[in-house]
Design a protein around this ligand. Structure first.
Ligand code: MSP
Length: 507
């Protein structure tokens, strides 16, 4: 089977990373880790989008050469991926030679096939979107996504015959009902298709903008930033670069993860561009919603912008990863608030998961000298089925719900069987039976948590008397069978997993 190829958008190297970027990275990372866990080889790409007007202007405002400016910003996006433990295999920058070569070759292919022409154009351009807008896209004369007044641009540009792909895209959508997921985001694209597609400008005159990839054969024009940026997904795997070309190994991409504001570029423009170059479209565009803070859109003026570095500094990375996946479901907008975070942390992580682990280990030490007893039986197949269905449909919230059902069932099992009473009996079989179920369930829980909280999962493995090194070689079908924890292993009292957060009010 071909490696599972996953991408995030390449982020504008025009400003600092924010929580939205961290969120997309995280969604892709959870997916990457899950597929690796199932035994698939995975290739995971992210990077930075470094050309265009927005970058050029911000560099100028900072008093830096564009290249110096983007070098600094790209380094910050790499730091973000490291800090959030995002397991990327490659980081592509559109100012790298490898990208420029592929992007120019891509242009030539589209041109050779007859889909590029020149015309004079006048239109309203939103710089933060890096996109032309029509009057009907605007609200009170402003771009609603950025609250920005678009600028009037008039120049001779190269155009891409997007309109020529209307029918092919319609057929493609009909034949690939899961191309865009979730469904409401697919429907938006279908509606745009029904209304009809217009050709789009895919270059800028160097009189307006010099910071870009030169149009092959025309010194006076540079590639429009989106026409340049989308190609990253294939330039990173060597498109049209001779011996470096690994398209046959990785393409088509299995999932492009994107935020809803850039759905159209990925779900309509990109497949059309690929069709024009005679390259197969990607398999799926997975579109997620926006994060709001305390119910409001993040904005510098309101002052509610969440910094992805500060957030994990304050709470620790793994609880933040957990919260994002649990509370900000992929398929719709989700809200972050410190209150809600602390509630989830104290309830799910400290009380339910942390206590379960502590109690299981402490009782094994007290009643069985820390030795994992002989196997007893419990059925976890339903939990795995729901978990896997959630993971494979990007419903990470549902997957985690299934994990927590198991956590809760085990806490209930303790309350009902009262092992502290059983432990005092002469016959140790009843308490052993309860403790084996608890410890082995925790092994399953740790496996299920690997994509979300890998460090926590490893601590759980060690606590219950196994280790990541011992578990990792197992295939998922073996790991998810009951009875993987070996009797005779010795549990190890762990540091307190999730010490409670005392909220400001109670201080
Ligand atoms: N450079 C383009 C993408 C080119 S891909 C060929 C771009 N960059 S961006 O820096 O603006 O990043 C966009 C991504 O950031 C969105 O797709 C989304 O993943 C993420 N988010 C930005 N704001 C967000 C929220 N408030 N909430 C969640 N994610 C959001 O667009």
């Amino acid at each position: 089977m071909k490696p599972f190829y996953i991408t995030t958008p390449i982020y504008y190297a025009s400003g600092e990373p924010h929580i939205g970027h961290a969120y997309t990275n995280l969604m892709a990372d959870i997916t990457a880790r899950y597929y690796r866990m199932t035994g698939r080889e995975v290739r995971f790409l992210t990077g930075t989008d470094e050309h265009g007007m927005k970058v050029a202007r911000n560099a100028q405002a900072a008093g830096l050469e564009p290249q110096t400016f983007v070098d600094e910003k790209a380094a910050r996006f790499r730091e973000l991926a490291d800090a959030w433990n995002i397991t990327i295999d490659d980081f592509i920058r559109t100012t790298e030679d490898r990208h420029k070569v592929s992007a120019a070759a891509f242009w030539k292919a589209v041109n050779k096939n007859g889909y590029i022409y020149k015309k004079t154009y006048k239109g309203l351009y939103c710089v933060p979107c890096e996109s032309f807008k029509t009057e009907k896209d605007l609200v009170k004369g402003k771009c609603p996504d950025h609250d920005a007044v678009p600028e009037l641009l008039e120049e001779e540009n190269y155009f891409f015959k997007l309109s020529a792909f209307e029918d092919r895209l319609k057929t493609f959508y009909a034949e690939n009902p899961e191309f865009v997921t979730p469904e409401h985001h697919r429907n938006e694209m279908v509606q745009i298709l029904e209304r009809g597609l217009e050709d789009i400008s895919i270059s800028r005159s160097t009189k307006q903008l010099t910071w870009g990839i030169p149009v092959p054969g025309d010194e006076g024009q540079v590639l429009y930033v989106w026409f340049d940026a989308l190609v990253n997904y294939i330039s990173a795997i060597g498109y049209a670069r001779g011996k470096k070309d690994a398209m046959h190994l990785y393409w088509p991409a299995d999932i492009h993860f994107v935020g809803k504001e850039i759905n159209r570029f990925h779900s309509l423009l990109w497949p059309a561009m690929l069709m024009a170059a005679k390259v197969e479209p990607p398999r799926q565009i997975a579109v997620h919603g926006w994060i709001t803070v305390d119910g409001k859109k993040m904005s510098k003026t309101i002052g509610n912008v969440l910094d992805p570095f500060d957030l994990i500094e304050r709470y620790g990375l793994e609880p933040v990863r957990y919260f994002m996946a649990r509370e900000i479901p992929f398929y719709r907008d989700g809200d972050f608030s410190h209150e809600r975070f602390e509630m989830r942390y104290n309830n799910d992580l400290a009380n339910e998961l942390g206590n379960l682990l502590n109690r299981a280990i402490a009782m094994t030490e007290r009643y069985l000298d820390g030795v994992v007893p002989d196997e007893s039986v419990y059925d976890v197949t339903k939990r795995w089925t729901k978990y896997r269905a959630g993971m494979e449909s990007l419903r990470f919230d549902d997957a985690l719900l299934s994990v927590w059902k198991l956590v809760q069932a085990m806490n209930k099992h303790i309350d009902e069987t009262e092992p502290w009473k059983l432990g005092k009996q002469e016959d140790l079989k009843p308490v052993s039976d309860v403790l084996y179920v608890l410890l082995e369930s925790l092994r399953h829980i740790a496996w299920m948590l690997l994509p979300f909280m890998p460090g926590t999962a490893m601590l759980i493995f060690e606590g219950i008397g196994t280790s990541f090194i011992e578990q990792a070689p197992l295939s998922l079908s073996d790991a998810s069978k009951w009875g993987g924890l070996k009797p005779g292993s010795v549990v190890k009292r762990a540091e307190l997993l999730f010490p409670r957060i005392e909220s400001k009010e109670s201080e």
